[in-house]
Design a protein around this ligand. Structure first.
Ligand code: CUA
Length: 314
């Protein structure tokens, strides 16, 4: 509906049309009331202008009917916006289970992507059309923000934690990729493109691309190198929790609380191991702060996750 309006980028994802519709609704409601108020201000200014020949005007003591009217109508409109917006937000916050997971690391001033099969890219992201893509995002320095206007996708990459978002492209082509959070001198140059291709072209691209190790393989190598395997294997006497089947489960903690074993918890356990100790274990693990890069952390997480599911393994 906006295709010939240069203000709007193409609608190239499953969510884009719905976001534009909500945006149009809110803009129309605001425009309607802004116009109404403007006209009423002008009209009343004329009708109730000061007249030299009249004495004090009749005082008005309020109108219950009018007050109910101008309370209920805005309430209903605001609730429609809230429910509609929240519904869209939840859709955008819950990626489908079969989404292709691509890791994203933002740094001054570039975007680094890695596909589950291994290939890496910088400032360019190749994805297959018609397949949900989940981005797992981290930052090496300051806050950045992945912004693909054609997908109506924008999500911050925040140092010290993971964020994630997802989208499904519906059109083949090249689309702008921006950093949408001011991140220093070359922020404006932190741009790239998303290349949407057919699934078979994507398979070809994967096999023809760089021969990087997959994150799972790289993670397993790092797991050995850093000596994680001396404590975290099922057969190592239980100094640390065995990691097989752990990812995605709920872990009870010594503090009595429990935590879902997700990307953020694994990351925290590597960098600040004593923050949340699993029940039944001693706080004996050293920190790996400064020894593992953001990409290394993502690889370790990919490996640990692969110990729990066959789905992610290729
Ligand atoms: Cu990265 Cu702005």
């Amino acid at each position: 509906m906006w295709s010939n309006l240069p203000l709007f980028p193409p609608q190239a994802s499953t969510i884009a049309g719905q976001i534009d519709l909500l945006f149009a609704f809110i803009a129309l409601v605001c425009g309607f009331f802004a116009t109404l108020i403007f006209i009423l201000v002008l009209t009343f200014a004329v009708i109730y202008r000061r007249r030299p020949d009249t004495a004090t005007p009749q005082p008005i003591h309020g109108s219950v009917r009018l007050e109910i009217l101008w309370t209920v109508i805005p309430l209903v409109l605001a609730m429609v916006m809230f429910a509609w917006g929240a519904n869209l937000f939840f859709t955008m916050a819950s990626p489908p289970a079969d989404a292709l997971e691509i890791s994203v690391v933002g740094k001054q001033w570039m975007w680094k992507f890695q596909h589950p099969e291994g290939p890496r890219e910088i400032n360019e992201l190749h994805i297959p059309v018609g397949r949900p893509i989940r981005l797992i995002m981290a930052s090496e320095d300051v806050i950045h923000s992945v912004y693909v206007p054609a997908f109506r996708t924008k999500m911050d990459a925040v140092p010290g934690r993971y964020t994630s978002t997802w989208f499904e492209a519906t059109q083949i082509g090249n689309f702008h990729l921006f950093c949408a959070e001011y991140c220093g001198n070359a922020h404006a140059g932190m741009i790239g493109r998303v290349v949407v291709i057919t699934p078979s072209e994507y398979e070809q691209w994967l096999s023809g691309g760089s021969k990087d190790e997959s994150p799972v393989v790289a993670g397993e190598r790092l797991f050995q190198q850093l000596g994680c395997s001396t404590c975290h294997r099922a057969d190592t006497g239980g100094r640390g929790p065995a990691l097989e089947g752990l990812f995605g489960q709920t872990q009870r903690l010594q503090s009595g609380e429990s935590v879902v074993v997700d990307e953020t918890y694994v990351r925290e356990s590597i960098l600040t191991p004593n923050a949340k100790i699993a029940v039944g274990y001693q706080p004996v693990m050293p920190t790996f702060q400064g020894q593992v890069s953001e990409e290394g952390l993502l690889h370790l997480i990919a490996y640990i996750r692969s110990l729990s599911s066959v789905r992610k393994e290729r």
